[in-house]
Design a protein around this ligand. Structure first.
Ligand code: HEC
Length: 203
């Protein structure tokens, strides 16, 4: 579970230059948490198989399950965003594990990215900003105030991917990197390149 969050954050960090892809980024946690009722090998409640990308793509339009670029209109996102005790929330109350805020935000981002799936991709759209309806606060998101003078720099990870971000602080083995759009990623220090790590002051 914890590994999944780290993987999700790590992905957001290394992958924001690329659109999220269903098979790689979304399907793993939907298969895990929704598979019991929405799978090609078991039950397919509502006729929805979330572990079958071609089938799922074919289901986008019915009931507006996914409207690429428009998370607000996408039933998939709406069911996830609803409070747990709403009668049409997913998973149904008391049955199965809810997505984490990070995972729900990844679904939202995937839809905003045009919902790439099965080699196809639709229209893209905006994500909500802090304070907008539909904005999802990630767990433990830091307060905006900073101690040192913020400087935007290039940060590279062990896979050679680079982002521009401002280092806010280093805590618990994570570097808090703030992107221009305001998103803060807590990135495991040990996944940063040696050169980037050398620029972190000791905790
Ligand atoms: C315990 C079983 C169960 C689990 C777990 C579950 N669902 Fe469902 N899901 C249902 C049922 C039942 C329906 C409603 C079918 C209907 O009303 O026709 C449904 C319907 C849906 C629909 C609407 C489909 C449509 O076209 O109307 C979506 C979207 C959905 N689920 C997504 C999810 C997601 C995402 C998860 C995992 C986070 C999930 N579900 C977990 C049982 C489940």
């Amino acid at each position: 579970m914890k590994g999944l969050i780290v993987a999700a954050l790590a992905f957001l960090f290394v992958g924001r230059m690329f659109a999220l892809e269903y098979e790689k980024d979304i399907m793993p946690f939907l298969s895990e948490k929704c598979g019991e009722c929405h799978s090609k090998s078991g039950k397919a409640k509502g006729g929805l198989k979330l572990d079958d990308p071609r089938h799922f793509y074919g289901r986008f339009e019915k009931n507006s399950v996914v409207v690429p670029g428009d998370w607000d209109a996408s039933l998939l996102f709406i069911t996830l965003f609803r409070p747990a005790d709403h009668k049409d929330a997913m998973p149904p109350e008391g049955k199965g594990e809810r997505l984490t805020p990070e995972e729900t935000r990844m679904v939202q981002q995937w839809i905003a990215d045009g919902a790439p799936i099965a080699g196809k991709s639709g229209e893209t759209g905006p994500m909500p900003k802090k304070g907008d309806a539909g904005y999802i606060e990630a767990a433990g998101e830091p307060a905006p105030e900073m101690t040192a003078e913020p400087v935007e720099e290039n940060w590279t990870n062990t896979q050679g991917k680079t982002i521009r971000a401002t280092l806010i602080r280093v805590e618990g083995g994570k570097a808090w990197l703030k992107m221009k759009n305001g998103t803060v990623h807590k990135y495991p220090v040990n996944l940063l390149s040696e050169e980037s790590r050398a620029r972190l002051s000791p905790e």
